[in-house]
Design a protein around this ligand. Structure first.
Ligand SMILES: [Zn+2]
Length: 271
């Protein structure tokens, strides 16, 4: 198992019941033994800010104190950004402004924080947005700018249009499914270059979407989310170990070569 750079893509609000069939490019990689896909149960409540914290720190919302979307405060947990900084690795994020609030500075001040370059912060290089309709296409270009300019070891990429479409049209709508298909096509533009440049790529979601145009509870369509592991940096053999949302931080850390978790079953996902 070699350490490598890592890109973690969070497609906000992408339910398993859509990821299962709408992500044609990612599933093409899977059919060709170049990616694996797993169904995760998100932690509760199935809300964004608590689950950003869960994914990035490995702490469930009832433990982390980030229990709802209105909790505007810095995280008190050790995030993957903090772990990477401690290991002298470079961090970057193209993400919703709540990520800046959790790990850099709270509350978010768009004039100060939208473009962040500060070596002393947990996220050293950031481009943050605060409109849910900020186009995923532009967000991915923001991420490419960060990657090409700063060569981060850990890059977090966080799209919002799938969640936004789900709130407008519901989890069982053409608009919601088409938003997911668009992200899949966008990823097909970038993923090969990311892998060529030595990144392990992990793609997941915080929560799903119900037919009431919302999420927060326990329905399968709210709670079941995908986790894709893409590229030769991962073992794509069948693995009976059950991945969980609280383990994503440690999986990223192990891939970066940070020995945060000695769980051999978790390590077995890395080639
Ligand atoms: Zn939402």
């Amino acid at each position: 198992m070699k350490s490598s750079k890592v890109i973690l893509v969070l497609i906000d609000g992408l339910a398993w019941h859509v990821a299962e069939h709408a992500m044609g490019y990612l599933h093409a990689l899977r059919e060709n033994n170049q990616a694996s896909v797993f169904k995760l149960q998100c932690e509760l409540p199935s809300l964004s800010r608590p689950l950003y914290e869960c994914i990035l720190t490995g702490s469930k919302p009832v433990v982390s104190g980030i229990r709802n979307n209105q909790t505007v405060q810095l995280s008190t947990r050790e995030s993957i950004f903090h772990l990477a900084r401690k290991a002298n690795l470079k961090t970057a994020a193209a993400a919703y402004h709540w990520i800046s609030e959790l790990y850099n500075r709270a509350p978010y001040d768009a004039v100060r924080d939208r473009f962040t370059h500060n070596e002393s912060l947990a996220i050293q290089h950031g481009i943050f947005y605060h409109e849910d309709s900020y186009p995923d296409s532009h967000l991915l270009l923001d991420a490419e700018h960060l990657r090409n300019t700063y060569d981060p070891d850990f890059l977090f990429i966080h799209t919002m249009n799938v969640d936004d479409m789900g709130h407008r049209s519901g989890g069982d709508s053409a608009a919601y499914r088409n938003a997911a298909r668009r992200v899949d096509t966008m990823l097909s533009h970038y993923l090969p270059a990311w892998q060529e440049q030595g990144y392990r790529v992990i793609i997941t979601s915080d929560h799903g979407m119900n037919n009431d145009h919302s999420h927060g509870g326990l329905l399968p369509e709210e709670r079941e989310v995908p986790l894709f592991l893409a590229g030769p940096g991962f073992n794509h053999q069948p693995n009976s170990f059950r991945l969980q949302q609280v383990l994503i931080r440690d999986l990223c850390a192990l891939a970066l070569g940070i020995p945060v978790n000695q769980n051999n079953e978790l390590k077995s996902f890395l080639a």
